[in-house]
Design a protein around this ligand. Structure first.
Ligand code: AMP
Ligand code: MG
Length: 327
């Protein structure tokens, strides 16, 4: 069985094609970027509208397949920005309806976890999911993917991007902050905000902006301190979830997880507790169609041809999803 998956929750329009054995045949994507400023939802929607045909065509070309070779179509149903989500949903339904292919809607956060499981062969990991809008520590317990800790305000990527925007860097700011952080030498004290198992970034953002505006600190030192502080917060909550659930595997997901320092900190923590750590390759960490296609394969039993009933779920939570594909 071959599944074509469409991703469009936020800044990325992606199309991936995968076999039921987990062989990735294509993973095409187009990222909405800016020189200055963040994501404007209507501009992201326009971006997706302009590139959707090109991305789907290039995925089919890369996989050397025609639409008639596709057995199943999946799309990111939520959570995400409604205008972006609708573009992916409409393209998926159009392709499915015209070619009489069953379709299934996918939870984006769970897709990040399952592609990490596929690639790492982890059986029952904790997922540290650090992306633009989502920041969650997720694990499978009592029949569901449950959120053990999460951000109380903005996502970690949005937080990093907001600081990047404040210092004049465009979107996405994460990779630029990572480069600057490598040059930082002095740790500048910042608030460390872990509340129970949850984290919060808005106070740290205000503190960083004030420090930057005071011109008393080097930008590189602020970027370095930002990373050290918020990554330690994430690693702390992930470790506690592992200890609480007795799980021995950690999988990273989300665009911020491309950050080498975050990966290093996770590796050290896992090494110290005798656990296995796995970070998928960058093209599978960021928002992508291949993970949506793989999740389609896992949820193939719930696919249908009731095209008009396919809606988007901008506010869907990880623990809202019934899971019937895990042992
Ligand atoms: P996602 O929403 O999962 O595709 O992730 C997008 C987010 O990842 C954006 O906020 C980016 O700034 C962030 N990001 C991408 N690469 C890095 C990196 N190397 N370090 C930190 N954040 C990153
Ligand atoms: Mg994501």
């Amino acid at each position: 069985m071959i599944c074509l998956g469409i991703e469009s929750t936020a800044h990325t329009f992606g199309c991936g094609i995968i076999s039921s054995k987990g062989k990735i045949l294509a993973n095409a994507r187009k990222l909405f970027t800016t020189e200055q400023g963040g994501i404007n939802p209507s501009e992201a929607k326009e971006h997706h509208e302009s590139f959707k045909e090109e991305v789907v065509d290039s995925a089919l070309k890369e996989a050397k397949l025609n639409v008639s070779d596709i057995d199943l179509i999946s799309f990111s149903q939520g959570p995400g920005l409604a205008p972006s989500l609708w573009v992916g949903r409409n393209k998926a339904v159009e392709l499915a309806e015209q070619n009489d292919i069953p379709i299934v809607g996918i939870n984006h956060c769970i897709a990040h976890l399952e592609i990490g499981k596929l690639k790492s062969k982890a059986r029952d990991p904790v997922l540290l999911y650090c992306s633009g809008a989502n920041t969650q520590v997720i694990a499978f317990e009592s029949g569901k993917y449950r959120i053990f800790g999460e951000t109380l305000d903005q996502g970690i990527g949005n937080f990093i991007d907001s600081f990047a925007r404040h210092i004049g860097l465009g979107f996405p700011g994460g990779p630029k902050i990572e480069k600057l952080a490598l040059k930082g030498k002095n740790y500048v004290g910042l608030p460390y905000v872990v509340k129970g198992m949850d984290v919060s970034f808005s106070g740290i953002l205000t503190n960083l902006k004030r420090k930057y505006d005071s011109r008393s600190y080097k930008t590189e030192d602020l970027c370095y301190s930002l990373q050290e502080t918020v990554f330690a917060m994430m690693v702390e909550t992930a470790e506690r979830a592992m200890a609480h659930c007795g799980k021995k595997e950690l999988v990273l997901g989300g665009g911020v997880a491309c950050n080498k320092r975050l990966q290093e900190m996770c590796k050290i923590m896992c090494g110290e507790r005798g656990a296995k750590f796995f970070a998928p390759e960058n093209s599978l960490l960021v928002d992508n169609g291949a993970m949506i296609a793989w999740q389609g394969i896992l949820q193939r039993k719930t696919a249908s041809k009731n095209y008009s009933e396919m809606h988007v779920h901008p506010y869907e939570r990880t623990d809202d999803v019934s899971v019937d594909w895990c042992e």
